[in-house]
Design a protein around this ligand. Structure first.
Ligand code: ADP
Length: 355
């Protein structure tokens, strides 16, 4: 117990001092004992017996002190790198005490710990950067309509309200900007809900082909305005029953088809195809519009990413549509992909589980 408490705060100097003191005292004692016990024996025999005894005592003393010292120090290292509290009983070192690789094992453990910490730190840094960028984007996107509203309201308050030429026009413009802000907040809320671990899908069985037909019908006026031919691809209109959240898939198809119309050509074509893939159905929305470069394809599902910001804003986009689409497909445990060629067109395809 006493040795244990001394070892707790020991240093190599103290260990050397204790071991050499024990060694010196035991040498003296051994010589005295040998002198008494072996009187009358030849001197060389007494020297051999004393040497053997001193060697044995020295070995036991040095070994146990050094072992305990190293064990304590390495246990301290394990304690500081371990996430869990290590008891003396279950410390991994206890069973390794006789292991000649004790120090190497501790070194490997520390290096592994260092690697894990570096990984965690890099992940944290990435997350921080992502958060900062995201907050910057939210601020930027809300700032423009907010300042516009402020400008219109101040002009109206400063007398514009009595000017018949501008009062209604400015009120309408302010209202349009409020709607834009509300749409951004609504879309962000939707993404936050989809990212929430407690989010539950309202999955049901429904005919996806019927849903596509309904959406085509509801967007007919919009397509006609753009002189765009919106239809189900010939030969790809087979009926399929799927298990999914109908309302959410409605939003996915709506977003993809509206994008196809927004970024499609005048007098162009938007086609929807449904394909049997054994357990799943593949639904593709294709346009022959402006298309996208290969390096832009990996980014279009990011929040607020737009290839041409001005064009997107003019068309009423928030840059959140495809991010919502991707999140919805992901909560269904399905996949979405895109193929596109600039000037030729784009095809977005996603899968759904067949009922
Ligand atoms: P937005 O509100 O800007 O339409 P989205 O998230 O829906 O935002 O799309 C992100 C960007 O991806 C768009 O700004 C556009 O640049 C590009 N994009 C999306 N769909 C198409 C498409 N069918 N053809 C060409 N570009 C597209």
């Amino acid at each position: 117990m006493a040795i244990n408490s001394i070892l707790k705060n020991s240093t190599p100097k103290l260990i050397a001092l204790i071991s050499s003191s024990i060694f010196a005292i035991s040498t003296l004692l051994v010589f005295i004992i040998c002198k008494i016990l072996f009187t009358g024996m030849p001197g060389w025999l007494i020297i051999i017996a004393a040497t053997i005894l001193i060697f044995a005592i020295g070995y036991i003393v040095v070994y146990s002190l050094v072992e305990r010292f190293i064990y304590r120090k390495i246990k301290l290292i394990y304690k500081s790198i371990s996430d869990t509290k290590l008891s003396t009983k279950d410390t991994p070192l206890k069973s390794n005490m006789k292991n000649v690789n004790l120090i190497e094992d501790a070194e490997v453990a520390v290096l592994n710990w260092q690697k894990t910490k570096i990984k965690e730190l890099n992940k944290q840094k990435k997350l921080d950067k992502y958060r900062k960028e995201f907050l910057g984007n939210v601020f930027h996107e809300l700032k423009t309509p907010l300042f516009n509203i402020q400008g219109y309201l101040e002009t109206l308050i400063e007398g514009g309200i009595y000017d018949e030429k501008i009062n209604l026009k400015f009120a309408k413009k302010a209202s349009k900007n409020v709607k834009r802000m509300a749409k951004i907040v609504e879309d962000l809320q939707m993404i936050a809900n989809l990212q929430d671990a407690s989010f539950v899908l309202a999955a049901e069985k429904f005919d996806i082909t019927e849903l596509v037909k309904d959406i085509i019908e509801s967007l007919e006026v919009r397509a006609k305005k753009k002189k765009n031919k919106l239809e189900i691809k010939e030969g790809c209109n087979q009926s399929f029953s799927v298990i999914a959240d109908r309302e959410m898939i409605h939003q996915v198809l709506n977003n993809l088809i509206i994008n196809a119309l927004k970024y499609g050509k005048e007098n162009g074509k938007t086609q929807i195809g449904l394909y049997d893939m054994n357990e799943n159905v593949l639904i593709e929305v294709s346009d022959n519009g402006i298309g996208m470069d290969k390096d832009q394809l990996s980014r279009i599902f990011e929040r607020f990413y737009r290839i041409d910001k001005n064009r997107s804003r003019k068309l009423g986009g928030t840059g959140l549509g495809l991010s919502i689409v991707k999140h919805i497909i992901e909560v269904h445990n399905q996949t979405i992909n895109v193929r596109s060629t600039p000037g030729v067109g784009s095809t977005f395809g996603f899968t759904l589980k067949k009922a």
